[in-house]
Design a protein around this ligand. Structure first.
Ligand code: ATP
Ligand code: FE
Length: 351
């Protein structure tokens, strides 16, 4: 079937057309320029931009795919979690399209979209282990099916992408912080500053990243107090030390998540990573080592499908459609929507 996917839960407006695993088009309109002056995403500005751009996005996606709206077999839309204004715009448009075309409506959890993406780009069988590391999320999931997830643990405060962005801000590096901190780290010595590896003494897979930024801030201020400023080498060494700390805790917690996952003796054990932070080469190398040691396959979707996009929503929608998991006009937009089997079901009305 030909599936139209819509995504508008954060600061990217996106539409995509998929037939099976064939991405016919995937349009992403970012909003970085709109929020740049505010040091973060402004919900009100984001909501307005989504409302203004969604139909444009759909038109462009249809155009690029070379199909017409009447050929679409189902509409998949992010129904949460996220900034409610944007999610509402997407859900309203999807309901309108589904009603107008007389085609099924599918309400997709944004996190399920990220978590299923490795199946769009690789031959992964259920259950696989997923590490989602982005600007807003950090969690380990056992993915058992299109709407069957077990959360093994995750961050108790900041997400790693947020920590990269804050570190960049503290050190006067450009946003988004991930790529600029990574580039600096390449020139630095990760051993010069030893930053904390939080929660390693605590059992399980939970993580914490908020203490790290305080440590960076203190170290920066200490250097400034000592020498009157930061040299370029100081900055590179701070970035290298920070990145090593993030890599090390994620490696150790991944080892633990793998142990829990292997307990179930999966047929084709694999770890998939997704989210913007999965672009980090040092982290990737660390995770590959962990997987090799544990006898797991390691896979990471290409970055354009790792960060927010609508192809992942269309793909997840396709799996749900095949399983008969469609929604009706009571589908609601949810600001919060945890991804776990104990959470509310992915179909029907959200209360
Ligand atoms: P979410 O998708 O969870 O709602 P988001 O949209 O902010 O949040 P993504 O678009 O997946 O997240 O990723 C953006 C984040 O990834 C930013 O915080 C950015 O700094 C980080 N990032 C991007 N490239 C790198 C990199 N090379 N190393 C580390 N972090 C990176
Ligand atoms: Fe996302």
């Amino acid at each position: 079937p030909l599936i139209l996917g819509l995504e508008s839960s954060c600061d990217d407006t996106a539409a995509a057309l998929l037939r099976g695993r064939d991405v016919l088009s995937s349009v992403v309109m970012g909003q970085n320029a709109l929020h740049a002056d505010f040091g973060g995403v402004v919900p009100e500005i984001a909501a307005r931009a989504h409302a203004e751009r969604l139909d444009l996005c759909v038109e462009q996606a249809l155009d690029e795919a070379g199909v017409t709206l009447t050929q679409v077999d189902a509409i998949a839309v992010t129904a949460g979690p996220g900034l409610i204004g944007g999610v509402l715009s997407g859900v309203m448009l999807a309901k309108g399209l589904a009603t107008g075309l007389g085609k099924p409506l599918i309400g997709v959890n944004h996190l399920a979209g990220h978590a299923l993406t490795p199946r769009l780009t690789d031959d992964l069988t259920y259950p696989y282990l997923m590490l989602l590391v982005s600007g807003g999320h950090c969690q380990f999931l056992i993915v058992r099916g299109a709407q069957d997830f077990t959360r093994l643990g995750g961050t108790i405060d900041d997400a790693p992408g947020e920590a990269f962005d804050k570190t960049a801000r503290i050190l006067g590096l450009p946003q988004p912080g991930g790529p600029s901190v990574e580039a600096e780290a390449l020139k630095g010595d990760e051993k010069r500053f030893r930053f904390p590896r939080p929660l390693l003494d605590r059992e399980g897979c939970d993580l914490s990243f908020s203490g790290l930024k305080t440590a960076i801030l203190r170290q920066r201020d200490a250097l400034i107090a000592d020498q009157g400023g930061l040299t370029l080498q100081d900055r590179a060494d701070l970035c290298a030390g920070f990145q090593a700390a993030v890599r090390d805790v994620l490696m150790e917690k991944t080892r633990r998540a793998i142990a829990a996952y292997l307990d179930e003796a999966p047929a084709d054990p694999a770890l998939a990573v997704a989210g913007g932070v999965a672009a980090n080469q040092a982290l990737r190398a660390g995770l590959e080592t962990v997987c090799t040691d544990a006898g797991l396959r390691f896979t990471a979707p290409p970055l354009r499908l790792c960060t927010d996009n609508a192809a992942m929503i269309a793909y997840a929608g396709g799996e749900m459609l095949a399983a008969g998991q469609t929604a009706d006009m009571t589908l609601s937009a949810r600001p919060r929507w945890p991804l776990d089997k104990r959470a509310a079901p992915l179909v029907g009305s959200g209360k």
